[in-house]
Design a binder for this molecule. Structure first.
Ligand code: NAD
Length: 344
């Protein structure tokens, strides 16, 4: 549809429903890795992202597609101020602490930041009549897999305080559906890659994710990698994981807002690629893409790690009209480009 028609009508008919092009979306954690890619995807879909972030872990340079409002998701007065100022119709909630290991050391800190404060945000969303609430959850809510490909119907059995915090927020959203809040919990598998522009990417401190650590090891920027466990019941003995490109994740968030315009209640969706790669395969592919060996040592298994976590994504494909389009090689290429450009 020509842009004048959009401006006149204020609405655009797309493959996934009639969407108000003037929608403002509050993105909590929008200065972080995944949140910044979500803000870019929203802007490209014609929506207005407003980033709400403490910047405790995020970066001001990552906020490029809309205003930055510094604030804590647990701060009721600040939330009311920002909701009143921008009048968002949707919330995408990515803010939170993300380290599984740290959550085992400091469970109260994780439950406070990720659960208590999320409940304050959910209450604000109800108060301000938010029409769609999209939440960053994780495949870790499933715990030890009881099936080969994890479906959304798998029992919820978190093994760490981090995963438990996500399961509790999902419960709070299911409860808030009774007060009229429509929500979708997006259960990410392993986010990877970066925007191909090289403008934004993963910049965690400390970094604990495999792909950036493998790239840093190959480039000589970080310590050698430690391969945690080589005696798992998998083809090469290392853990098998499901990697999904961050721009595919971002696209799913935009689609989830459209889906919630047509569906009420609370729902959960897996966001993975549907294909598993072992840690050794990721190391080998990183070496091939970078043209350098990835130095690594072999360590012991990490308690609580599942041999294999791969998602069944049929529901997300069917309901959201979503298909991940970036393979492992593209994820590594994009992450490498970002690693060479990222602010240090
Ligand atoms: N990275 C992954 O592979 C992955 C996998 C599954 C789920 N997730 C979830 O996705 C979300 C985003 O992950 P990420 O990798 O982009 O993390 P990130 O640390 O890069 O981003 C999180 C952002 O939230 C902000 N934040 C934290 N607590 C806040 C608070 N109380 N109020 C306001 N802002 C706050 C931080 O400053 C940061 O900018 C998280 O909720 C995480 O649990 C990530």
């Amino acid at each position: 549809m020509p842009s004048e028609a959009v401006a006149k009508e204020g609405r655009l008919s797309t493959g996934w429903g009639s969407v108000d092009m003037t929608v403002t979306v509050l993105v909590t954690g929008g200065a972080g890795y995944i949140g910044s890619h979500v803000c870019k995807a929203l802007a490209e879909a014609g929506k207005k992202p407003v980033c709400y972030d403490t910047l405790e872990k995020g970066h001001e340079w990552a906020v490029q597609w809309g205003p930055l409002e510094r604030g804590d998701i647990g701060d009721k007065a600040r939330l009311d101020e920002v909701f009143a100022l921008y009048k968002p119709r949707a919330v995408i909630h990515l803010a939170g602490y993300i380290e599984v290991g740290e959550s085992v050391q400091q469970p109260e800190r994780y439950l406070h930041n990720n659960v208590t404060k999320s409940c304050a945000l959910i209450a604000a969303a109800v108060r301000h009549h938010i029409e769609a609430f999209v939440f960053s959850s994780t495949c870790a809510v499933y715990g030890l897999p009881q099936m080969d490909l994890l479906t959304e119907a798998h029992p919820i059995a978190p093994l760490s305080p981090y995963a438990e915090s996500k399961a509790k927020v999902e419960e709070a959203l299911a409860e808030a559906a009774g007060r009229g809040l429509r929500s979708a919990a997006l259960r990410y598998f392993n986010a990877a890659g970066a925007d191909p522009s090289g403008a934004i990417g993963e910049a965690h401190d400390p970094e604990s994710h495999l792909m950036p650590l493998a790239i840093d090891a190959a480039l000589g920027l970080g310590s050698p990698l430690t391969l945690l466990g080589t005696d798992y019941p998998t083809p090469d003995g290392s853990c098998v994981r499901d990697f999904v490109h961050v721009n595919d994740l971002a696209d799913a968030h935009v689609r989830a807002i459209g889906w919630l315009a047509r569906n009420s209640g609370h729902n959960a969706f897996n966001l993975g690629s549907g294909t598993g790669y072992s840690v050794r395969q990721v190391i080998d592919e990183t070496a091939r893409v970078t043209g350098r060996a990835v130095p690594y040592s072999v360590g012991a298994r990490r308690p609580g790690d599942s041999p294999k976590l791969v998602g069944e994504i049929a529901k997300s494909k069917r309901e959201l009209g979503w298909t991940p389009t970036h393979n492992l090689t593209t994820q590594i290429e994009d992450a490498l480009r970002w690693r060479r450009k990222m602010p240090r």
